[in-house]
Structure formats: structure tokens, C-alpha cells
Design a binder for this molecule. Structure first.
Ligand SMILES: [Zn+2]
Length: 391
């Protein structure tokens, strides 16, 4: 069951046209604010929007796009520009590793390079410097914090004249992970904003940003991507249709998750999930045993995605059987397959089947033995799906 893994590093599609046009217009009309708070769910390219706006703010002759030829644009290609500064979460508040250290600036430098080529990279330095495991990327950030010391450069230098461009830009990634002291220090800066520096904050959890900080920033709200938008973006990055559809459905609107799913080749996961459903439905004990063993060989099958995929399939089947008008299936390309599945099990209760999968996912999360969880799920699924129709 070995699966090839590929790395998708560049997705050029960014979306959020409205917000980007609005930001560009503030430059054209010379009505830029001192600070912006770019918010929205995880994995939707908030950093990418911030970086794109920074390029525009630093360019010598911006139109609705950076000119691409001025010295600022040239330096910004790798995001190593002396007037572009980053602040990002780098460790837990208890970490003794002093920011400003060599490791810290190396990590920030790595982040600049990553961001220059991959708009959906995680802004969490701790996550970047560790193994960057795919499983971790599909889950949310690590709980790293921006400490006062991490933002020292910002707090000390923001009032200085820019080195090279007409202004300086400070991008505070995951500002919702700033410890309270750091937010209070930031608040002082926002109360007396520097004349030639612009602050761009990104945050997934607005509640974690002090209301006093929020109220001093221009809000820029970004929405989660639709599964269709993600599908389009992944296909543009060279992902095959079916893999893009699966990754889009599993992503929950989070492009970073979608990319991680696409990299782990979700067709294999799909095959395993569908086979498991089919075997459970007829419940041949030997077959179930064989499937369980096969799944256990590769533990990644047992993370949430495996169960989620089954749920998505079963809910498509439920909608099909119930003749839901204008159904919005998770897997539009699998219409025929879903129709066959529904026809094969005329007495099936797909709602009950979904419950069986939910129960298994919770038991798995609660730490029950995988083989036990899977075997119990197979029995429950068999009861829910009922006898197969004669061909
Ligand atoms: Zn330029």
C-alpha cells in the first residue's frame, strides 16, 4: 500500500479579488491606513494577501500591480527587502531561546523565501523549522506565540526612516498569537503611529486580538474558499481532476490542508474508504479482517481524513436516495458510482451509516485500539446498510 508523495509548493491562484482590489485602491487614492488587520479562517492565504499588499506599498511606481522593474520590486522578488519586516510566532511563551538569536533570524529568513514561492505556507516558525510533517500541516498551528522580544525590532525601529523605499512595511503574521504584553506594546505603537511605517496584521481568531488593537486597524475580512475554488487552484498547480476534487472536499475551505491532502494522493485514501464500505456492507468476516490489517499497515489512513471521506460519500448517497432537490454533492464526478451504491442497498439507512462512522472516529480519537474501532465500525455499517439487492 505504498504511496508516492509529491510536493506541491506553488499554487499561484489566490482569490479574494474584492479585498485585493480595495487595498490597491487605497494606494492609488493615497488613503492608506497606518495598520490593517487581515482576518479569516486558517489556510486561506492571509499572509499571501499581506505580502502582495506589501509589494504594492513598497513599489516606486505602483498601479493596480507592483511595477516589477523598480529597485524595490527587484529586491522584493525573494522578499529580502530592507524595508519589509516580518514578525511571526516562534515558540511557546516559556521558551528560553532568545529571539533575535541566530536561529530566530535564520527561521525568519527561511519564512521569507518560502512565502515568496508558496503563498499558503504556514506562518508559524516553529512549524516551519520542525519536520513540517504533512499530518501536522493538515491540523492547525502549534500554539507558538509572538513574545514581546519577538516584536522588539518592530517596536524599536518603526519610527525610523525607511532605508530604501518611501515607507517601511511590518507584517505581523498570526497576530492573534501575540502574548498580551506584546499586544499592549503594539497598542502603544498604534496609538502614536509612525509616519512612514505601515503595519499589516493577520489573524484567524479575532477574539484573541485585543479590542483596542482591533479598533485601531483597518479591517480586511477574507472568506474561506469554496471547494470549487480549491479544485480550480489545485488543477492549475497540475493536480489531477479526481485528486483535486477529493482534496477540495476534505479541505474545509483551507488551502493549506487541501495542498497537504493533494500531496498525500487522496485517491488511495478514497479507494481504501470505498473498499471498506463495500466489504462492511456484505460483512464477510475474513474480508473485514483482511481490510483492517491492510489499513493498519499505514497509520495515516486512520487519521480523521479516512473517516471524513466515508462520511462525505455516505452523505452524497443519503442525498441521492432521499431525492434531495438540487443536491450539492461533495463529489459531483462520482454521480454514477453513488447512484449504483444507493441502488445496491435498497434498504440502507445512510444516516445510521454516517452515525457509525462518527462513532468510530470518536472512539479512535479517544484512543481505542484501531483494529477494535475498525471491526466495530464494520459491524455497525453492515447493520445500517442492510442486505444487498439481487443483481
Ligand atoms: Zn516597482
Amino acid at each position: 500500500m505504498a504511496r508516492a508523495r509529491k510536493e506541491i509548493t506553488v499554487v499561484t491562484w489566490l482569490g479574494h479579488e474584492d479585498a485585493r482590489t480595495r487595498l490597491a485602491a487605497t494606494i492609488a487614492s493615497e488613503r492608506t491606513a497606518h495598520a490593517y488587520l487581515i482576518s479569516g479562517p486558517e489556510g486561506i492565504g492571509k499572509s499571501a494577501v499581506a505580502v502582495e499588499f506589501a509589494r504594492l506599498l513598497l513599489c516606486d511606481q505602483p498601479t493596480e500591480k507592483p511595477c516589477g522593474v523598480c529597485p524595490q520590486c527587484a529586491a522584493l522578488r525573494t522578499l529580502h527587502h530592507p524595508d519589509l519586516h516580518f514578525v511571526a510566532p516562534s515558540g511557546s511563551p516559556k521558551d528560553s531561546d532568545t529571539p533575535g538569536s541566530e536561529t530566530f533570524s535564520k527561521e525568519l529568513s527561511k519564512l521569507r523565501e518560502k512565502l515568496a514561492s508558496d503563498p499558503y505556507v504556514s506562518a508559524d516558525l516553529a512549524e516551519l523549522s520542525t519536520s513540517e510533517s504533512k499530518a501536522a500541516r493538515r491540523k492547525s498551528a502549534t500554539g507558538s506565540k509572538i513574545r514581546v522580544a519577538d516584536s522588539r525590532e518592530l517596536l524599536h525601529d518603526a519610527y525610523r526612516k525607511p532605508y530604501q523605499a518611501k515607507r517601511a512595511v511590518y507584517i505581523l503574521l498570526n497576530a492573534d498569537n501575540m502574548v498580551r504584553e506584546a499586544q499592549n506594546a503594539l497598542l502603544k505603537l498604534l496609538e502614536e503611529p509612525p509616519t512612514s511605517a505601515i503595519l499589516l496584521l493577520t489573524a484567524s481568531n479575532l477574539q484573541a486580538v485585543l479590542p483596542t488593537v482591533r479598533s485601531r486597524c483597518q479591517p480586511v475580512k477574507l472568506l474561506a474558499y469554496s471547494a470549487a475554488e480549491i479544485r480550480t487552484a489545485l488543477k492549475q498547480a497540475g493536480i489531477e481532476e479526481r485528486a483535486a476534487e477529493l482534496a477540495g472536499a476534505l479541505s474545509g475551505g483551507n488551502m493549506r490542508r487541501a495542498i497537504a491532502f493533494a500531496e498525500m494522493e487522496p485517491e488511495f485514501l478514497e479507494k481504501a474508504a470505498v473498499e471498506f464500505l463495500a466489504t462492511s456492507a456484505v460483512l464477510m468476516p475474513d474480508k473485514v479482517q483482511e481490510q483492517v490489517e491492510k489499513l493498519l499497515e499505514d497509520a495515516t489512513f486512520l487519521d480523521d481524513a479516512f473517516f471524513e471521506l466515508m462520511t462525505l460519500f455516505l452523505s452524497d448517497a443519503a442525498a441521492w436516495t432521499a431525492h434531495v432537490p438540487n443536491p450539492a454533492p461533495h463529489f459531483p464526478s462520482q454521480r454514477d458510482r453513488i447512484a449504483k451504491l444507493s441502488a445496491a442497498y435498497p434498504t440502507a439507512n445512510f444516516g445510521k451509516a454516517i452515525e457509525a462512522v462518527d462513532k468510530a472516529a470518536s472512539s479512535r480519537a479517544a484512543g481505542y485500539t484501531p483494529s477494535l474501532v475498525l471491526t466495530a465500525m464494520a459491524i455497525d455499517l453492515n447493520r445500517a446498510l442492510g442486505p444487498r439487492a439481487r443483481a
